[in-house]
Design a protein around this ligand. Structure first.
Ligand code: SF4
Length: 327
């Protein structure tokens, strides 16, 4: 593992088989895997940890049937339902994220397959312009499927990044969602790149996908040259189909996943976002040893996160620093 880490630092792209061997490391050897992944993350990212924040700017009643999602109209959940917030509300949340949580990236996230009206796009554009004028943060959106011209419109308003998860491996995608395709997700990522906007894309794990499929997704993200990769772990919401039939992913399994992603995606930002508190439990700080260099502070879309101060303390206790740079 140490030898492979040195080769990765030297520029090697590891193969599917090499990544699969890493993700299949036994519990007794997992600490060695984490130590090797740590060499890679320290080489490329130093001791800096970036903080991101999001706002659930429009919630519920989504036409899509993603198996994990509390906001799908196909599932009976108790998630909040509300239309797009006003630009003032979204801007105020962004300013709070910068001032009180130290976030350097803020994402406006909406439920639904796409942006449904021109008015919504205009409101989001006005919010991005406000964030650009009043904060130093990266401006990101997660709005579902978008065309290149919609992305260009938002870029002109101040957008710097698109978040659009592939969610899971192509070979598992139809088991996660049948109302839209993996190809549609790839198309939005390509449209963002064509519009000159950087892409943050990752997935959610613990849906019943195999270890091979976790590696398949990592290699797909590498091929798409995304700059940032969020890892979410299923935190099953009552009423959603996901999580009903699968044992929860264990802390060691999550850490092996993060470490393998660091080997496959050595230069990318890797964040551990939704579900980390529950999935990692007392081992949560080890996500930064395993290769993460980003985390999300504040609340998630439909579940609460731990307090931002607790995250900041965890980072300091590890001898790491919060990255105040915006890049
Ligand atoms: S993940 Fe997005 S597209 Fe899928 S059901 Fe939830 S809100 Fe809709």
């Amino acid at each position: 593992m140490q030898q492979l880490a040195r080769e990765v630092i030297g520029g090697k792209n590891i193969s599917f088989d090499e990544a699969l061997k890493l993700i299949k490391t036994g519990d007794d050897d997992t600490i060695n895997l984490l130590a090797a992944a740590q060499e890679i993350v320290r080489h490329f990212k130093g001791k800096k940890v970036k903080l991101c924040s999001i706002i659930n700017a429009k919630s519920g009643r989504c036409s899509e049937n993603c198996s994990f999602c509390a906001q799908s109209a196909h599932h009976q959940t108790s998630c909040q339902v509300y239309p797009l917030m006003s630009d003032k509300e979204m801007l105020s949340a962004a300013q709070t994220a910068e001032k009180q949580m130290g976030s350097t990236c803020f994402s406006l996230v909406t439920s639904g397959k796409t942006v449904h009206t021109d008015q919504e796009l205009i409101t989001i554009g006005r919010t991005l312009a406000g964030i650009a004028q009043t904060t130093k943060m990266n401006r990101c959106v997660s709005l579902g499927t978008l065309s290149q011209s919609q992305i260009e419109q938002l870029k002109a308003a101040g957008l710097t990044r698109i978040h659009h998860n592939l969610e899971t491996a192509e070979s598992f995608f139809p088991k996660m969602c049948t109302t839209h395709s993996y190809a549609e997700r790839v198309a939005t990522i390509k449209a963002a790149k064509a519009a000159g906007v950087s892409v943050c894309s990752g997935g959610i794990f613990g849906l019943g996908e195999s270890l091979e499929q976790r590696v398949e997704l990592a290699l797909a993200l590498r091929a798409l040259e995304v700059v940032s990769v969020p890892i979410n772990i299923l935190n099953p919401v009552a009423g959603t189909p996901a999580g009903k039939h699968h044992p929860p992913i264990t802390p060691w399994e999550v850490l092996r996943l993060i470490a393998t992603y660091r080997f496959v995606l050595p230069r990318q930002d890797i964040g551990v976002f939704g579900g980390r508190e529950k999935a990692l439990g007392t081992l949560q700080p080890l996500m930064f040893t395993a290769g993460a260099n980003v985390t999300l502070v504040g609340n998630y879309l439909t579940t609460r996160g731990q307090a931002a101060e607790q995250d900041q303390q965890m980072i300091r206790d590890l001898g790491l620093e919060i990255d105040a740079r915006v890049h």
